[in-house]
Design a binder for this molecule. Structure first.
Ligand SMILES: NC(=O)c1ncn([C@@H]2O[C@H](COP(=O)(O)O)[C@@H](O)[C@H]2O)c1NC=O
Length: 544
């Protein structure tokens, strides 16, 4: 806005709001500014009860609000008053001829459609909460921003009153309000279209999977013909993956609270890569019921561990690969304690993402100006469906998740060797949960609830096995061969026995893998011959 811009005085306002927050103050303020108020049913009652003069919309239309509120403002006397372009002589003349008085301001907020769906209401109740008259007025006013200001958010009432008292909004302010209003109705309609597409167009929806699901996994998920997204910018970022890529963070309307909704408690602004790694780290840590820590570099874990305490889990995760943990992104599934904070304060760390930080932990960590502390939103979770952009479109799939039933050892099949003892089985379960956070092809070696060697992102499984062994035996830098006596998890089946042979040669004593290869027999025979315990899960956890 430039100071030279002229304003459009506000003399008459149409107010129709479901959410009555701040309504009395708005009405009083507008009245003090000399604005005449016109309003619908219960909005008008609230304004009148506050002692502010108001005209019922039915007096203007000469038609009663009817059909349980389905028709209130849907009338030419209302819409002509909003849509007349007052810059045009012919529009002004028509208003006069039709005896329609124009509106300068429209204040509307809509029926709570998404909230009604989320509440588990019946179809009938949900349908009644599809607002028709509200979006019509909002869109009309936004289109006619040349003459009308539109306000859809109670947070803007005080600036609206201030504008009314100072001669109205400028054109650039009205344009900005119009853009916000169109975004508001677009997000509203997206929610309605997604719901109707899911509920009413189920016949053309695709059901997945076509094969029988593993135990505990979702049998069916609808992919409706329409899957609109409403994204709202949270912040612009310094840059994207690289410094020549401009970037921004958006939050999805109606999504489960995730990393996009987390709060930065301390430190510099989060970068694009920080967000990507924090998301991967939290996904990993939240796969465990016990206190767990994941340390991530470039979207891959360089250490994952569980422990009696979060500090123990952190020490064990860090010990896996201290070299790579430098500059890492850490996530916990428990409050960060003072003890953990003390240890982390001595290691260069980019981000700690956690459900909460103990006050003493905050005191220690906020002394480090370069570390970012990210507090996860209450009820942090992942959406049931995930999106992956490809050129020209988007792939949607049910999010991969650890299933309490399907991924539990109770459902595994012993394919080779003797049944694992309790500790070995616990380590195998830990390794199986952790491996799903490693980019494929993934081989993960673990011992006593901690990773000891991770072979990530290789284009063949043999290399992943070799990498996991080599990293287990060298990264701690103390000459101890940590692969020996460890257990291994493989995110997908072994297509040949060679990868498994390299694990056996390194002294791995038990393996968990999905099975299902054409050469399973060969792989199982190699395990049996080596006296190796091998479990088959029947489920795969590729991660790209
Ligand atoms: N049908 C109509 O003509 C109509 N006009 C306005 N509304 C909505 O009615 C609500 C306000 O109604 P009330 O003032 O009665 O609480 C607002 O959320 C507004 O968006 C309407 N309701 C739904 O479509």
């Amino acid at each position: 806005m430039t100071s030279a811009e002229s304003t459009q005085p506000i003399t008459r306002a149409l107010v129709s709001v479901y959410d009555k927050t701040g309504l009395e103050d708005l009405a009083r303020g507008l009245h003090e500014a000399g604005v005449e108020l016109v309003s619908t049913g219960s909005t008008a009652s609230r304004i009148a009860a506050a002692g502010v003069p108001v005209t019922e919309v039915s007096e203007i239309t000469g038609f009663p609000e009817c059909l349980d509120g389905r028709v209130k403002t849907l009338h030419p006397r209302v819409h002509a008053g909003i849509l007349a372009d007052r810059r045009r002589e012919d529009h002004r003349a028509q208003l006069e001829e039709l005896e329609v008085q124009p509106f300068d301001l429209v204040v509307v907020n809509l029926y709570p459609f998404a909230e009604t769906v989320a509440s588990g209401a019946s179809e009938e109740e949900i349908i009644e909460k599809i607002d028709i008259g509200g979006p019509s007025m909002v869109r009309a006013a936004a289109k006619n921003h040349a003459s009308v200001a539109v306000v859809v958010d109670p947070l803007r009432y005080s600036e609206t009153v201030a504008a009314a008292k100072e001669g109205g909004f400028t054109l650039s302010q009205r344009k900005r309000l119009a853009a916000l209003a169109f975004a508001h109705t677009a997000a509203y309609d997206t929610a309605v279209a997604r719901w109707t597409s899911t509920e009413f167009d189920a016949d053309s929806a695709t059901d997945v999977p076509s094969t029988a699901p593993a135990p505990g996994r979702r049998a069916k998920l609808h992919f409706p013909p329409y899957a609109g997204l409403a994204l709202e910018r949270v912040s612009t970022l310094r840059y994207g993956e690289n410094s020549h890529q401009p970037a921004a963070l958006y939050a999805e309307d109606g999504a489960a609270p995730g990393i996009a909704q987390a709060q930065v408690l301390h430190g510099k602004a989060m970068s694009y890569n920080n967000y990507v790694d924090a998301d991967a780290a939290v996904r990993t840590a939240y796969d465990f019921a016990q206190p767990a820590v994941a340390i991530i570099k470039h979207a891959n874990p360089c250490g994952v561990a569980v422990g009696e305490t979060i500090a123990q889990a952190h020490c064990a995760a860090h010990a896996c690969d201290p070299l790579s943990a430098f500059g890492g992104v850490i996530a916990t599934n428990r409050e960060v304690s003072a003890e953990m904070a003390q240890t982390v304060s001595e290691i260069f760390t980019e981000v700690i993402a956690a459900p909460s930080f103990a006050p003493e932990a905050l005191e220690i960590l906020t002394k480090k100006k370069n570390i970012r502390l990210l507090q996860l939103a209450e009820g942090h979770s992942r959406d049931a469906v995930e999106y992956k952009q490809i050129s020209g479109g988007m792939l949607l799939q049910a999010s991969d998740a650890i299933s309490a039933e399907g991924d539990s050892p109770a459902h595994w099949k012993l394919a080779a060797g003797t049944p694992a003892d309790e500790q070995t089985l616990a380590d195998l379960e830990f390794a199986w949960r952790a491996v799903r956070s490693v980019k494929s092809n993934a081989i993960l070696l673990a011992h006593q609830g901690a990773t000891v060697g991770i072979g990530m992102g290789q284009v063949n499984r043999l290399d992943s096995c070799r990498l996991a062994v080599q990293r287990a035996n060298t990264l701690a830098g103390d000459g101890v061969e940590r692969a020996r006596g460890s257990v291994a998890a493989s995110d997908a089946f072994f297509p040949f026995a060679d990868g498994l042979q390299s694990l056996i040669a390194a002294g791995v004593r038990a393996v968990v893998q999905p099975g299902g290869s054409q050469r399973d027999e060969e792989v199982v025979a190699a395990a049996s011959e080596a006296g190796l315990t091998m479990y088959l899960t029947g489920a795969r956890h590729f991660f790209h």
